[in-house]
Design a protein around this ligand. Structure first.
Ligand code: EPZ
Length: 430
């Protein structure tokens, strides 16, 4: 098994370039089905979730060709509608976007329920509500989502009881070819929603209002291929900003959209971090003490839940008490036990609020990455901890962070990937 091994104490200096957004590209890839044509996607991040989704697209009959390190040519002309079984769908949360894309393309989909990080219950009732509003017969049977729009789809108004990124995206994918007007109210406003709308419109769709809480989609007969570049990853950028704030030093994070980072920048400024914004980069400096602050995660443009573990790790090192409330997910503090192993003083009452007493520093230990962003938080903690920190289950991290060892080493972190033969290997040897 591979682990990340970090020797803490180095300040970070230099620059790091951000890749394409994971939560955008995992929607854009299934969306290429709607074109039934050739699509070229650029600025695609080299992450495990992309590899998995490209593999699923190939299994469905898409011709996938890598053009260079970050560009792919995807020809979906000959894709046929077919089942996406559990052993494929369970490998990533975003597999459920294949439902919307296949319903939009073929009027039919049979996709197993998705996998994804464990934050407690992750229902898909709003996805199903949206499909039903469009006239799709959809139900869950033996863990499979079976959707059928024999009579075609008709646009309608859909109110999202919760702000849901996934449900907003799935309804957009189905509605682009529904007859007439679809209105999604209380829609998610994340940057990746806007990116999907721009991509769909580039393919000939008619989507208006993405980025606001009302998205209007007028159905079209046909979509076509295009070339499109994925937006930079807001959460990867935020993670390196928080890492620089935690370790101290002076780091420039390149290929970002500063507007997407506003809530993260605001909180870091509150913590006494210096931030300088350029057109497509942010410079983060921290030499003085970290100040405590309170954070409440919210749908965009609020503070992103996907930055919560990283921010809690930073606040665990601030002088004073901070309170972080997780309002999006039922239980997204499982990683706190791992921070406590490093010396953090955090109390999670009732599962949704963490009360953090800042400490002077962490001491290195063995920790687990309990999910993707928690794994990023362990790296940040390891950068600061005295001595060596070993992080297990790093496959979580590689789902969403491209070249994470190389990028951190390039700004001065003492981090390496080390292979540890685990019991299976040893048994083999015996
Ligand atoms: C997406 O998950 C992201 N994943 C998550 O990022 C992110 O945490 C989340 O959006 C919120 O921003 C991808 O984009 C692949 P939701 P998603 O539907 O779509 C409730 C990461 O680290 N809800 O916006 O599954 C739900 O329980 C990952 O990159 C319903 O009640 O999240 C939650 O409380 C982790 N019914 C809230 O809405 C539904 O039908 C937000 O969930 C759907 C959701």
């Amino acid at each position: 098994m591979d682990k990340l091994v970090i020797r803490g104490g180095n300040k970070l200096y230099g620059s790091v370039t951000i890749g394409g957004a994971k939560n955008a590209v995992v929607a854009l890839l299934p969306a290429t089905l709607l074109a039934r044509d050739v699509v070229v996607l650029e600025n695609v991040p080299a992450i495990r979730d992309v590899k998995i989704m490209l593999g699923i697209m190939s299994q469905l009959g898409a011709q996938v060709k890598r053009l260079d390190k970050t560009s792919f040519r995807i020809d979906t002309t000959h894709v046929t509608v077919q089942e996406v079984p559990n052993d494929v769908a369970k490998r990533l949360r975003a597999s459920y976007y294949l439902i919307g894309a296949m319903v939009g393309t073929f009027g039919k989909a049979d996709v197993s329920l998705p996998g994804g990080c464990d934050f407690g219950v992750r229902p898909i009732n709003l996805h199903l509500k949206g499909f039903k509003s469009l006239g799709v017969n959809v139900d869950i049977d033996n863990g499979m989502v079976r959707a059928d729009a024999k009579e075609g789809m008709t646009g309608s108004s859909i109110y999202m009881d919760e702000v849901s990124v996934g449900a907003t995206i799935n309804v957009m994918l189905a509605a682009v070819k529904a007859k007439g007007l679809t209105i999604i109210e209380n829609a998610a406003r994340e940057p990746h929603i806007v990116d999907l709308a721009n991509f769909l419109n580039r393919m000939g769709a008619n989507v208006r209002g993405a980025g606001t809480d009302v998205i209007k989609i007028r159905g079209v007969e046909e979509l076509h291929g295009c070339t499109y570049s994925v937006i930079p990853d807001q959460i990867e950028a935020g993670t390196y900003m928080v890492a620089a704030a935690a370790a101290g030093g002076d780091v420039t994070i390149k290929n970002v959209t500063p507007k997407h980072l506003e809530s993260i920048t605001a909180k870091l400024l509150e913590c006494g971090v210096e931030i300088e914004e350029g057109d497509d980069e942010v410079r983060v400096r921290r030499f003085g003490e970290l100040k405590p602050c309170n954070v409440k995660t919210k749908p965009h443009p609020g503070f992103p839940t996907d930055m919560q573990p990283q921010m809690v790790t930073l606040l665990a090192l601030a002088k004073g008490t901070s309170i972080v409330h997780e309002s999006v997910w039922e239980s997204r503090f499982r990683y706190v036990d791992q921070l406590i192993r490093l010396g953090a003083k955090i109390n999670v009452g009732g599962g949704k609020t963490a009360v953090i007493q800042g400490v002077d520093g962490f001491k290195g230990a063995c920790v687990n990455a309990t999910d993707l962003r928690a794994g990023a938080a362990m790296i940040i903690a390891g950068l600061v901890a005295e001595g060596e920190t070993e992080i297990e289950d790093i496959y979580h991290i590689e789902r969403g962070y491209e070249d994470v060892v190389e990028k951190f080493r390039a700004i001065g972190a003492d981090i390496q990937r080390r292979y540890y033969p685990d019991e299976d290997d040893l048994e083999l040897r015996a």
